[in-house]
Design a protein around this ligand. Structure first.
Ligand SMILES: [Zn+2]
Length: 48
């Protein structure tokens, strides 16, 4: 299994792609993406 390293702090990423450093930019970006996806789904629901 190939380990992936955080491009921001160099830590080995967790299995779910998150950085072990909780306040790392990596996690902030992942959270922002997840939020954006949630918003998109919400919009789909409200327009349906
Ligand atoms: Zn990191």
């Amino acid at each position: 299994m190939k380990e992936q390293y955080c491009e921001w702090c160099g830590s080995v990423l967790l299995e779910n792609g998150r950085c072990p450093v909780e306040d790392c930019v990596q996690n902030v970006l992942l959270d922002a993406l997840a939020e954006a996806e949630k918003e998109e789904k919400k919009d789909e629901n409200t327009t349906a």
